[in-house]
Design a protein around this ligand. Sequence first.
Ligand SMILES: Nc1ncnc2c1ncn2[C@@H]1O[C@H](COP(=O)(O)OP(=O)(O)OP(=O)(O)O)[C@@H](O)[C@H]1O
Ligand SMILES: [Mg+2]
Length: 259
Amino acid sequence: MNDQVLLQARGVRKSFGSIEVLKGIDLDVRQGQVVALIGASGSGKTTFLRCVNLLEEHDGGDILLDGEPIGYRVDGGRRRRLSEVKVSAQRARIGMVFQSFNLFPHLTAEGNVMLGLTKVLGKSKAEAREIAGHWLDRVGLGERRAHYPYQLSGGQQQRVAIARAVAMQPRLLLFDEVTSALDPELVAEVLGVMKSLAESGMTMLLVSHEMLFVREVSNHVVFMDQGKVAQAGTPKEVFFQPQSERLKSFLGRFHGLFG
Ligand SMILES: Nc1ncnc2c1ncn2[C@@H]1O[C@H](COP(=O)(O)OP(=O)(O)OP(=O)(O)O)[C@@H](O)[C@H]1O
Ligand SMILES: [Mg+2]
């Protein structure tokens, strides 16, 4: 793992109406790192990921990817929102996988993976098909490339969604509770794919309630509480040396997993 900071968030703020949901988030993701965001419902985890991926515009602070501000440029000391074309180009460097798989129902598994490759990256159909085949193989679905989403299980659909995101060769992959909509017996296959991506050096920022997975796979854990980073550190520090009653009580929900 090298030490280069890929994603740097400093003092990120976001309000919806009069409610401030992110109250100054500082967070670094280094190249090759797996960073896990944990925290209670409503603490702002999804909102933070959506700001990183430009699905929401943050109101204050900075989000830098490879040192470049996300979503705006600075012009004569003032911020100017980037054009949609530039925003799309930035977004293409960040992949996101959601809880709901968001596959296109009228496209096969292969078609879903190919779409961004042809439409966004401008690859030929032949090349896109080859890349899609490679990644569908990697997630264990090479045999099902011609299947439509309705012919696939939830776990298989989610693996297609992961193949689709990673095929774009993003600098950073975001995962938002990608196993929470799955039946318990399908969770492991998706976590297995994520683990193998992590081991192959993919930089990942993920929100997950799968604490065993987080403990095993992540390098850095960030506990968010009411729109702030309440504690951050190695999985060992955060899970076994909680510094606040709120983190203790949050961890307590996971059935004594953390002693
Ligand atoms: N588009 C929106 N408009 C208004 N309020 C919003 C919007 N999106 C999120 N919120 C509010 O922001 C707060 C943080 O929501 P967010 O979805 O980021 O939490 P979360 O940590 O992801 O929670 P969960 O674990 O339930 O997914 C919540 O109080 C939520 O109601
Ligand atoms: Mg959420």
